[in-house]
Design a protein around this ligand. Structure first.
Ligand SMILES: Cc1cc2nc3c(=O)[nH]c(=O)nc-3n(C[C@H](O)[C@H](O)[C@H](O)COP(=O)(O)OP(=O)(O)OC[C@H]3O[C@@H](n4cnc5c(N)ncnc54)[C@H](O)[C@@H]3O)c2cc1C
Length: 472
């Protein structure tokens, strides 16, 4: 538990023994990308990270970033444009995503991934084999292992090569302000010492408030008692400072949930199983939703079932697909994944009612073969029927990260409630309001890292341009 609450204090008379052009709070994907962009623009940059090792939610994530028009897509013959991507984002958010930000991010994220690959040696390739819910084109990009743990290592190595300093165990608590300009910050060290650091511009890349149970209770009451699967250090500090400065916030009830976390193991089970023909049942062995709407809103649907649990049911072909994902392999190793030669045997293995599960399987088979339609309007026709042996895993719903946050302009500058920008304050990633509309159903897969990496680059280069202290 921290000794200090985040605060905004007057800068008049405060001394900053060290100053840099661009100061960045948080060393996740947003902070490290902002650092690379600011450094490329010639600024001296310092990243401040509260933890001993930079990880954030980025390292916990699957590390997949959606982008349109990348060279990685072109190399695989995939035709995609910012316009198609923007349509997919707005379709998922039912038109509630901030339109200006949608255009900005869908047009810049492709060149940003190419820049990270070419200039900073982050080797992105397209994830193929299945479409994530809501994406009309293959556009999820990942590093070779498809993990956020690997992505953060690539970004960390790139910042080291670029000569960016990352100070760890550096918990930012206070922002110092004069005439609306951020003059610097105070960091608190684990040994109780404090340091004052001045800046020409400040980038808030310290993510959202998923780790702050009080804020979740207040802003997202439906997830107050759900498992939080993101980084515990994301305590909503950017929002607290923003409110202290009169900044505007938006969509505070929005979040990325996930309806497929193996329980009691707490391991993510890929949604590819559902997209490729698997289905979810509750303790009564019955389906309860259209699994293809998205994994985010499925968190709420699963938590509404008896006990807050569901079971993913699929077959050997989908199991083999799952094995391509590191966390699924972990789930297998942990004993979370069950298999059986028939559906009734699987029901026994999972502790579900045999007849009900067999009936559900028969109904799904009828939907695949066009003999009946799904009461939840899922289209089963595109994927083959499940074939024995069958597989199952008990899952629950979880909160992955928050999507509401500080409103920013096209330069990632933080906006006041009246619409005017704060001159040298920027936000990216989970600190900024995302593209998911007001609730969980608006989250299109990858919106998290899209805002982290996309806004991170914009914030870093804008902060460098704004900064009053430039390198000689
Ligand atoms: C299990 C899981 C899977 C996911 N998979 C995907 C995916 O495949 N694709 C996708 O797009 N999104 C995914 N997400 C969401 C994604 O992880 C986040 O949207 C993204 O990582 C946010 O990046 P960020 O840099 O803003 O925050 P973070 O990576 O969380 O970094 C913020 C950093 O700020 C630090 N910090 C906080 N407060 C302070 C302070 N006061 N002083 C100093 N440092 C501070 C934190 O310690 C942290 O290191 C997933 C999330 C989870 C939990």
């Amino acid at each position: 538990m921290s000794r200090f609450a985040p605060e905004v204090l007057p800068a008049r008379g405060v001394q900053f023994p060290l100053s840099v052009s661009v100061l960045i709070v948080g060393a996740g994907a947003a902070g490290l990308t902002a650092a690379l962009a600011a450094r490329d623009a010639g600024a001296d940059v310092l990243v401040l990270e509260r933890d001993a090792v930079p990880q954030g939610s980025t390292a916990l994530s699957s590390g997949l970033v959606p982008a349109a028009g990348t060279r990685a897509q072109a190399a695989r013959g995939i035709v995609d444009t910012p316009e198609i991507f923007a349509r997919d984002i707005q379709a998922k958010a039912r038109g509630h995503a901030e339109p200006r930000l949608v255009v900005t991010l869908t047009t810049t994220i492709g060149p940003t991934l190419d820049w990270l690959a070419d200039v900073h040696r982050v080797p992105f390739s397209v994830v193929e084999g299945f479409l994530y819910p809501g994406h009309s084109v293959l556009r999820m990009h990942g590093t070779p292992k498809r993990t956020g743990a690997e992505l953060i290592v690539y970004l960390g190595d790139a910042t080291a090569r670029a000569g960016v300093d990352v100070a760890t165990d550096a918990h930012v608590h206070a922002l110092y302000v004069e005439d609306d300009q951020i003059a610097g910050v105070r960091i608190d060290r684990p040994d109780g010492t404090m340091e004052m650091i001045g800046c020409g511009a400040l980038v808030l890349a310290c993510s959202g408030f998923g780790g702050n149970a009080g804020m979740v209770r207040q802003c997202i009451p439906e997830m107050a008692s759900a498992l939080y699967f993101g980084h515990a250090g994301n305590q909503g500090d950017a929002l607290a400072w923003g409110w202290g400065l009169g900044a505007a916030t938006r969509d505070m009830g929005a979040y990325q949930g996930h309806g497929s976390v193996a329980t009691p193991y707490n391991i993510l089970v890929t949604w590819a199983l559902m997209m490729e023909g698997g289905f979810q049942v509750n303790a009564a062995g019955q389906r309860f939703s259209n699994e293809h709407l998205g994994y985010s809103e499925q968190a709420r649907a699963v938590l509404a079932q008896p006990g807050g649990f569901a079971w993913n049911v699929y077959d050997e072909r989908r199991h083999m697909l799952g094995l391509e994902f590191e966390d699924y392999r972990e789930a297998v190793a942990a004993g979370a994944i069950h298999s059986a030669p028939g559906m009734r045997e699987l029901a026994r293995e999972l502790g579900l009612p045999e007849q009900a599960l067999a009936d559900t399987q028969n109904a799904v088979e009828d939907m695949v073969n066009g003999r009946q339609s799904d009461p939840w309007a899922r289209d089963f026709s595109a994927k083959p029927v499940l074939k024995a042996p069958f597989y199952g895993v008990k899952v629950t719903g979880a909160l992955f990260h928050t999507q509401g946050g500080l409103l920013v302009d096209d330069s990632a500058r933080v906006l006041r409630a009246g619409g005017a920008p704060l001159p040298n304050l920027f936000a990216a990633g989970g600190a900024a309001c995302g593209l998911s509309g007001p609730e969980c159903w608006g989250y299109l897969s990858g919106n998290g890292l899209l805002a982290a990496i996309g806004l991170g680059r914009i914030a870093g280069s804008s902060a460098a341009a704004t900064s009053r202290f430039r390198l000689p």
